[in-house]
Design a protein around this ligand. Structure first.
Ligand SMILES: NC(=O)c1ccc[n+]([C@@H]2O[C@H](COP(=O)([O-])OP(=O)(O)OC[C@H]3O[C@@H](n4cnc5c(N)ncnc54)[C@H](OP(=O)(O)O)[C@@H]3O)[C@@H](O)[C@H]2O)c1
Length: 299
C-alpha cells in the first residue's frame, strides 16, 4: 500500500515515519524536501494535485498544517491556503485517482462552551483563525469526498512529542532555566483539554489506514483531562523522577484573562474518543503515562 505523507518534518510526521507499518510504501514530503523527503508546498494547491496524480497513493496522510495558532490571526490567508486549500486539492485529486485521504484536524474547530466532551458528529464553531482554517479543511474533505467513503477526518488535541515545538518541551526548558533560582512559571488553569503524544497519535493514524476505517470523523486523544497548569506541573514532577531536572520551578495558576494571547482558545475542548477507540480497536493511554514516555524519549 502506497501512502503519501505531508508534514513529515513536523512532530507528528517524525513519529509517523518511526512507526511505518509493514507493507506500507511511504512517500514522505515536507515543504523544503531533502534528506529523503519529497518537496511539497501545501500552500500550492496545484502542486498538491500534481503530487497525487504523479504518485497515485492509496492514501494521502495529511499531517502537515499551518499550526502557529496566534500567528494565524495575522496571516489568515496563508493559514487558509495550507489548512483549507491543501485538503481540498488532495480530496479533488483523490476523487479522480480513487485513493483515500486521512485529514488530521483539531479540537480547536469547537468553541469549548458546552462543558462536556465533543462527539465526532457535533457541529464546528471555531473561535480563532487557526480553528476556522482547519474547519475549512474539514468542510472541503466532506464536500468533495463525503458519500464516497474516501475521506476520514481524525481530530486530536494538545499534541506533544519528544522532538519539535510543543508545550511539554517548552515547560521542560522553563523548569530547567528557572528551577535552581526558584523563579515561578505562570500557566493557564482555566483551559481544559487532553494532551496527546505523537507516539499514540501516530499509532491511531496508521491503524486508520491499515484497518481501512471508513468512519467519516474520528477523535483521538490520550485518556483523561487536564489544564495547561496540570500539564506544566506534571512535566516538572516527571522530569524530576526521570533525572532530567535537579529542581522543578514553582508553577503559578493563571486565568486566561491574566495571560492574553492574540488567538482566543476553547476553554473546554475534550474530545469524546469512545466510539473511535472501539472502531480503531486501540486502548487509550492515560495522558500522564504518555507524557512520561515522551520525556523518557527526550532523556
Ligand atoms: N500541535 C498541536 O497541539 C495540535 C493539536 C491538534 C491538532 N493538530 C494537528 O496535528 C497535525 C500535526 O501537527 P504537528 O503538531 O505535528 O505540527 P508541526 O510540528 O507544526 O508540524 C506541521 C508541519 O507542517 C509543515 N508545513 C506548514 N506549512 C507548510 C507548507 N506550506 N508546505 C508544507 N509543509 C508545511 C511544517 O513545516 P515547516 O516546519 O516548514 O513550517 C511542519 O513540519 C496538524 O494537522 C495539526 O493541525 C496539532
Amino acid at each position: 500500500m502506497k501512502v503519501l505523507l505531508t508534514g513529515a518534518a513536523g512532530q507528528l510526521g517524525q513519529a509517523l515515519r518511526q512507526q511505518v507499518p509493514a507493507g506500507v510504501e511511504l512517500i514522505a514530503s515536507s515543504r523544503a524536501g531533502g534528506e529523503g523527503l519529497v518537496a511539497l508546498d501545501l500552500a500550492d494547491a496545484q502542486a498538491c494535485c500534481t503530487a497525487v496524480h504523479e504518485h497515485r497513493p492509496d492514501w494521502v496522510l495529511n499531517g502537515g498544517a499551518y499550526t502557529a495558532v496566534d500567528k494565524a490571526e495575522s496571516e489568515p490567508e496563508l493559514a487558509l491556503a495550507v489548512n483549507g486549500g491543501a485538503p481540498r486539492a488532495f480530496a479533488e485529486a483523490l476523487l479522480d485517482t480513487g485513493g483515500r485521504l486521512l485529514q488530521v484536524s483539531t479540537d480547536f474547530v469547537f468553541n469549548g462552551q458546552q462543558g462536556s466532551p465533543y462527539r465526532p458528529e457535533q457541529s464546528r464553531d471555531p473561535l480563532g483563525a487557526y480553528g476556522r482554517t482547519k474547519a475549512a479543511g474539514e468542510e472541503a474533505v466532506e464536500a468533495v469526498l463525503g458519500g464516497s467513503g474516501q475521506g476520514v477526518i481524525l481530530r486530536t488535541s494538545w499534541v506533544m512529542g519528544p522532538v519539535g515545538k510543543n508545550f511539554a518541551l517548552t515547560m521542560l526548558r522553563l523548569h530547567r532555566e528557572r528551577g535552581a533560582s526558584g523563579q515561578a512559571l505562570g500557566v493557564v488553569e482555566d483551559q481544559v483539554g487532553c494532551p496527546t503524544s505523537t507516539h499514540t497519535l501516530a499509532a491511531a493514524c496508521w491503524r486508520t489506514i491499515t484497518a481501512g476505517i471508513s468512519e467519516p470523523v474520528l477523535h483521538w486523544s490520550d485518556a483523561g483531562a487536564a489544564s495547561w497548569y496540570d500539564v506544566a506541573v506534571a512535566v516538572g514532577e516527571l522530569a524530576l523522577e526521570l533525572g532530567l531536572l535537579e529542581h522543578m520551578a514553582p508553577v503559578n495558576a493563571l486565568t486566561t484573562a491574566e495571560y492574553p494571547l492574540p488567538a482566543q482558545r476553547p476553554s473546554y475542548s475534550l474530545l469524546d474518543c469512545s466510539s473511535s477507540r472501539k472502531a480503531l480497536e486501540l486502548a487509550p493511554t492515560p495522558w500522564r503515562q504518555a507524557l512520561r514516555q515522551l520525556l523518557e524519549a527526550v532523556a
